[in-house]
Design a protein around this ligand. Sequence first.
Ligand code: ATP
Ligand code: MG
Length: 431
Amino acid sequence: MANYLKRPNGTEDVTPERIRKWYTVERVTREIAESFGFSEIRVPTFEVTELFQRSVGETTDVVQKEMYSVIAKETQFTLRPEGTAGTIRAMLQNGLLAEALPQKVFYQLSCFRHERPQAGRLREFHQFGVEMAGAASPYADAEVILLGKTVLDRLGLKNIVLNLNSIGCPACRAKYQEALRAYFTPFKEKLCETCQERLVRNPMRLLDCKSPEDRELSKDAPVILDYLCDDCKAHFEAVKTALTGMGVAFVINPKIVRGLDYYTKTVFEFISSDIGAQGTVCAGGRYDGLIEQLGGQSVPALGFGMGLERLILTMEQQGCEFLEPSVCDVYLAPMDEAAYPAALSYANALRTLGARAEFDLAGRSFKAQMKYANKLGARYLVVLGSNELSEGKGQLKNMQTGEQKPVRLDTAEHFTADYTEITLSDQFGGV
Ligand code: ATP
Ligand code: MG
């Protein structure tokens, strides 16, 4: 096959056969975010590269290895590798932070990272994410985590473990970075090249390295929880107490430092054991310093990103239910050329009642039309022949039971009035 006929590595097509799975996660995430008082925000697919360098961080895998950047008319742009930076930029640019706080927004968007494609790891993937700005309370952490958990529960997912950690504030982290530097320096030569540089610039990033050798070396590294200041410790305790009070189970995992530099205090991941190495379906935390770092006022904030492909993969793995496909309610079968205008008009009248109505558009024979209507899963079929049209009467055939019921066809209005007796299927279920 010619190269231009192949989709780029690490991207996916969503064919009509699979689209219901997307509607399911899109609908559930939207409904739950709205029920928690979050409103949708939409931001551009690309931003000025510097936005990501300044927020995600110069020593992260994302910025060092994974960004898709282009120079267009002398400005360097990057396809968003995540949603937080653009969302915070939009909040600043549109003055949202000057309004009543907290500002609570959610998004469903595509992200781009140049990674090695594998199951659950794509180059174009999609995230549902939430961001809450202007909330310092530990109950905000609990609320955001609970939102994530509610989504996972509503989708019917099981065996997903909430991993929780605190990575402190810049004050406690400075001491911790020193301890890490002291721990890793004797192994310096054994670390991967990127991590040798990280050892100097940002040793905490070492804990996030994907190389198995580096992971092994970091096994006995000091843990941040031993370095938290009193304020961060109290905040973490309060988050844990709030979650426990809500019956949300979690494990403390001091290895979670998150791949992006902007996190402070609470960080968390929901991890599934059902989809192998790419098991993190949702990840987030608090980023109290980010807004100020980007040039805004000091506003504490937090959020998470949920990988929609990984969610769907886990749901498939666990046999979770997806929204039912929409089916054809009424199929109109014109028998000769003269019946087509009537088919066109009846189909349209039925649609105004909310039905999904279709008719032959391929010049099929009667037999072939029956077969096609069955293939569509049509619930009812009406034959439109010259007799039916001249007598103004037809038969509404229930395709499942074979039962027939007379319908008046003399005007489209009558036809649709008769049709209302049919109980419509939930054809709008997905959207
Ligand atoms: P990982 O450690 O798996 O690389 P990450 O820490 O880079 O993940 P985040 O930046 O926190 O991921 O993104 C939030 C969520 O987005 C992840 O938990 C995951 O569900 C999803 N995600 C991240 N990268 C990809 C990708 N390349 N393909 C599909 N989903 C992804
Ligand atoms: Mg990653």
